[in-house]
Ligand binder design. Structure first.
Ligand SMILES: [Zn+2]
Ligand SMILES: [Zn+2]
Ligand SMILES: [Zn+2]
Length: 370
């Protein structure tokens, strides 16, 4: 392979990694915000100003990437000098060279436009100004409100990928993208789950991750709606942080957490265990204080080895509903070994006698199809 092909491949990969940093680059601190951290300052101290500068730096860096390629080709001696490129080079190279010079100039022109008038025409400032009261155009007040809320520890910060993150503070929902921040104020925003899609994380495990696309629509004029994409496991945190309900339309099959999935498997498995004939008067389930107890622990598994970990007879009367017992069971297992949960043991929450999944019986009056 000739030298310029190697240089080209290397440069294309490098550029791709600068524009869309893979995990390795992120953890090595080789991203635009990390490399320029001194210029940008601290995101925690002044959130809005940090991102205004980050957008400017990002545009600057992107705009010099093609020129960097030309320089790399000079360095690899593919072009001996500028005249060999301009005079002897093909039309492609002449256009590429001109573009690579024009892009930084255009970027500088754009950046100058953003900077004048105290960043008033910067895309982030324009988005912020839509939230100014009484049409006073003082976007900096909104900026300082957001920065103050961002400094608090009760915010939610979810990374969608290496370029996009979603932040929910007490009053704001923010989507940080490479070139702007999309903003909604919680007081007039409506959130609707649009789509839920499931992905297998790796080929070795059967673990699946589900992602939710949530449309954030602002009731304010001129504020564009946007879509945030989060992992289903972050949904609960987001829901708790946001003052408004997140609408989940019935056609969206909402993903369950690992524990909720386990509850389903638990129920399905104990359906085939023998029933327990109950004669006792039953109170409410001790776990949720809502459901009527519908299961009983009784030793049925035939584990008579007498070892310290063998199952024991539980004499407690039915006090738990199946959902609470399944969650209790899950809570007693190693969280990272989900494939062994079902075959593991647990202790009765009341008398602490050991039991396994075979020792959990539905009461005889329970309709398991419900
Ligand atoms: Zn319960
Ligand atoms: Zn017991
Ligand atoms: Zn057992």
């Amino acid at each position: 392979m000739s030298k310029e092909v190697i240089v080209s491949i290397f440069y294309i990969i490098l550029s791709a990694c600068i524009i869309y940093p893979p995990v390795e680059f992120v953890s090595a601190g080789f991203t635009i915000p990390c490399v320029f951290s001194r210029v940008l300052g601290s995101e925690d101290e002044d959130f809005v100003s940090y991102h205004i500068k980050r957008v400017i730096v990002t545009l600057g860096v992107y705009s010099v990437l093609p020129l960097g390629y030309i320089i790399a080709l000079f360095a690899s001696e593919y072009f001996q000098d500028v005249s060999s490129l301009i005079i002897d080079g093909s039309l492609f190279w002449r256009i590429f060279f001109t573009t690579s010079l024009a892009l930084p100039i255009l970027a500088l022109y754009q950046i100058r436009k953003w900077i004048i008038d105290d960043f008033k025409y910067h895309p982030i400032a324009i988005n912020l100004s839509k939230f100014c009261n009484n049409n006073n155009r003082d976007w900096k007040r909104v900026a300082s409100d957001i920065s103050t809320e961002f400094r608090r520890i009760d915010k939610i910060c979810v990374r969608t990928n290496s370029l996009i993150k979603v932040i929910a503070t007490e009053n704001w929902i923010l989507k940080v993208t490479p070139f702007t921040i999309l903003i909604a104020h919680q007081s007039d925003a409506s959130l609707i789950v649009q789509k839920a899609d499931t992905h297998q994380i790796s080929l070795e495990t059967t673990n699946e991750t589900q992602y939710l696309n949530i449309a954030v629509k602002s009731g304010r004029q001129n504020v564009e709606s946007f879509i945030i994409r989060i992992n289903a496991t972050d949904f609960k945190d987001l829901e708790d942080r946001i003052a408004r309900d997140i609408t989940i339309p019935p056609n969206v099959k909402f993903h369950k957490t690992v524990v909720e999935q386990f509850v389903d498997v638990f129920k399905e498995t104990i359906k085939s265990n023998p029933r327990y004939e109950n004669r006792e008067e039953l109170d409410q389930c001790i776990g949720c204080m809502q459901a009527t107890p519908n299961i009983k622990l009784q030793k049925l598994c035939g584990d008579d080895s007498g070892r310290s970990d063998s199952c024991m007879t539980c004499y407690c009367k039915p006090m738990w509903c199946v959902n609470c017992m399944a969650k209790w069971f899950a809570s007693r297992q190693e969280s990272d070994q989900q494939n062994t949960w079902l075959s593991s043991k647990c202790t009765c929450p009341m008398c602490r006698s050991k039991f396994c999944i075979l020792d959990v019986s539905f009461l005889d009056n329970v309709d398991v199809e419900e």
